[in-house]
Design a binder for this molecule. Structure first.
Ligand code: HEC
Ligand code: HEC
Length: 313
């Protein structure tokens, strides 16, 4: 009789387990072996030897104890860091460095955010950029040689392709170079959201509401010291970013209007972006989300004020 099995608890348990196991295999393990379960973004490339060396240093130094590398699909996170993380961008990450603690900011979208020089300087002395940063300094990585033979075995073990030149070139690089190379490609395979349409139409020039306003210039000076000085230099005479007091704008001589300044502070730059017929090299971050409109105009007023002073001397 069919009812028989229900009266034999041991047999029933065994049969039930087998049936559930088959179900698990079909619904879980089989899909796991298919390629759709292992997506890979179109622009994703395996790490090069120097990037992998940098990644090893990232793990060795425990950067992942303070930094995550994953943006959750939550509005606040996307607004702060950029596009949320996709499964397909981690295909070559062995192991994943997603992390779970954010003492420092998430780094999933940090690649390309700043120029290389910024990272060298920041690793050497984070507090020179952000006085209250508790990130340790990593300047001591400078001059520490990489081992080409170790990296060759690592590339081989992990199954990445490499060239002989790529490996031998490592002997001229140090650990800090490797770390910067790695940081600069984190999340680089994810297409950046197109820059939001410029707030101001190119044609209609908007004048600075604070032009010449002494109070605004004063607050612009403070904002400059806190947000801009570490790239443009304490007197805006140029450093990682260009001189702001000269008569060049994006490497071409000739003045532009205040709203072009406003726009570049607003949107930042990307390599190849064209503004007023001048081509940017990239590396200027956007301050749209961190400074409000009045603060951005105050900065323009401040830059104008120091330009005038410079011209008088
Ligand atoms: C004790 C915690 C701590 C450790 C360890 C640490 N950081 Fe940081 N990191 C921070 C904090 C806090 C910030 C934000 C302030 C700043 O930029 O200094 C930061 C900022 C950064 C930034 C700039 C991010 C941005 O978007 O502006 C990068 C890049 C970075 N860290 C990389 C690293 C790397 C690589 C390591 C390991 C070699 C590391 N950090 C180790 C705490 C840490
Ligand atoms: C991470 C470094 C960095 C920070 C921080 C930064 N800038 Fe820049 N800035 C640059 C770079 C690099 C350029 C050149 C842009 C390019 O070639 O795409 C630039 C260009 C500019 C320009 C165009 C001027 C010219 O002569 O070409 C202005 C204006 C400017 N920045 C203002 C500011 C202001 C104001 C702040 C602070 C709110 C600021 N920048 C913060 C790196 C930075």
């Amino acid at each position: 009789m069919t009812g028989g099995i229900y009266k034999k608890p041991v047999l029933f348990a065994i049969v039930a387990t087998v049936v559930i196991l088959i179900g698990t295999m079909v619904t879980m393990f089989i899909p796991m072996l298919t390629s759709q379960m292992h997506p890979r973004l179109e622009d994703l490339k395996p790490f090069t030897a120097i990037q992998l060396a940098g990644r090893d240093i990232y793990q060795r130094e425990g950067c992942n104890n303070c930094h995550t590398q994953t943006v959750r699909p939550l509005k606040t996170e996307v607004m702060r860091y950029g596009e949320y993380s996709k499964a397909g961008e981690f295909a070559y990450d062995r192991p994943f460095l997603w992390g779970s603690k954010r003492t420092g900011p998430d780094l999933a979208r940090v690649g390309g955010k700043y120029p290389d020089a910024w990272h060298y300087r920041h690793f050497e002395n984070p507090q020179a950029f952000f006085a209250e940063s508790n990130m340790p300094a990593y300047g001591w990585l400078k001059g520490k040689k990489l081992s080409p033979s170790d990296m060759e075995s690592h590339m081989k073990a992990i199954g990445f392709t490499y060239s002989v030149e790529e490996i031998s070139a490592l002997s001229e690089k140090d650990e800090l170079d490797a770390l910067v190379s790695y940081v600069q490609i984190i999340g680089a395979s994810v297409k950046k959201k197109p820059a939001p349409a410029a707030v101001i139409e190119e044609k209609e020039h908007v004048t600075n509401p604070f032009a010449g306003d002494l109070k605004a210039i004063e607050s612009g000076e403070k904002l400059y010291a806190a947000n801009c000085a570490f790239c443009h230099g304490p007197n805006a005479k140029g450093d990682i970013g260009p001189d702001l007091t000269d008569d060049e704008f994006l490497y071409v001589k000739g003045d532009v209007s205040d709203d072009d300044y406003f726009e570049i502070i607003n949107n930042g730059t990307a390599p190849g972006m064209v503004e007023e017929g001048r081509t940017a090299k990239g590396g200027m971050p956007s301050f749209k989300d961190s400074l409000d409109r009045n603060e951005r105009w105050s900065l323009v007023a401040y830059i104008r004020a120091i330009q005038v002073k410079g011209a008088q001397k």
